[in-house]
Write a protein that binds this ligand. Sequence first.
Ligand SMILES: Cc1ncc(COP(=O)(O)O)c(C=O)c1O
Length: 391
Amino acid sequence: MSRTKTNTASREELAVPFLPGHAVGDELTMLADVVACRAPEGDGPFTRRVERWLETRFGAPRVLLTHSVGAALEIAMTLYDLGPGDEVLMPTFNYMPAANACLRRGAQPVLVDIESDSLNLDPACARRAVTPRTRALVTACYAGVAADHEALEAVARDHDLVLIEDAALGFAAALGDRALGTLGDVGAWCFHPRRHVTGGEAGALIVHEREHIRHAEQLRERGTTRQQVLRGEATSYDWVRPGMTALPSDLAAAYLWAQLQQLESTLARLRGHVERYRRGFAELAREGRIELPPVAENRTDNASIFYLMTPDQESRDLIVQGLHDKGIIAGQHYTPLHLEPMGRDLGGAPGQMPVAEGASGRLLRLPLFVDLTPSQQELVIAEVRHCLERL
Ligand SMILES: Cc1ncc(COP(=O)(O)O)c(C=O)c1O
């Protein structure tokens, strides 16, 4: 999916790796605490600490940690009883967890084209895709930049659709003063190892409606009322509905807790790297040889991804190869979901979503990680220029 070219050199030998993991330093201390308490199971002290911290920091009524974005989105779709006969609109330029969640519920994912500037769901295309069977709309936020939320909200309102925010790339990003992930009826964040803040395999569900909170807690925990026991409201718990086992271990929550304590410095460093790339590529952009991602108004991004648009797919692939030969790992990002083998099984074919297909071919994703150094960035910038000059 995120088909970054591999290089057989070890990470240490690479001039610039793509996305090496980042440890903030306190992970072992937190993990030692879990070991000392002999309590690695889910919903332990770190899980609760992380959830309360996220709720307070981002103004979310209830955050439930999960082991994945996919699990969070499946719970979200279950809360709204999406299932056979229902259609769910979603951007074709995204990772697959929302489509998987939809299929696992027996509903039909309807893939929709994106806007050429933000690379997010195009509200006009979404509106055209609505049918009498449409029940929900999933929005995503490529590179941590919010979609045209107002227009998408209007589509949802006009057709009485549930608005599900797949904010996998939007953790700690905002639209105005509202955190991404909290804008829809229900939302999800990602703490996968490929994100800059991680718990190993982890995600989170953001729930707003009171009636959904208890339901979501039960769905996450095997369809049981165990949360009530943890809150001291009951002494034993019951199995009350079909549920999932979607809790992360407290080990994952402890790792994530350590990373969250350094969130501001992580974001500051990443944003600094993005600024340096923007300055370094400004001249090539002025010369019209590449396009930089637009700077979106009223949006605070989280510097989760840095990409350029190259003139065409051939030049993108040549640049990826040229960088690779110098030990710099860069790559493309999503293949539009309708062109994946699974997407084709669902009826997808080339030409159906021209904006996503064009963007996917031209997008060059560059190394961006917390410990990236200015000299590594200079090297990336110089090599991209060099590759473009040889085209
Ligand atoms: C946009 C997006 N969504 C979701 C995920 C991970 O999904 P899951 O936690 O279901 O494996 C990733 C992982 O990199 C991602 O980039």
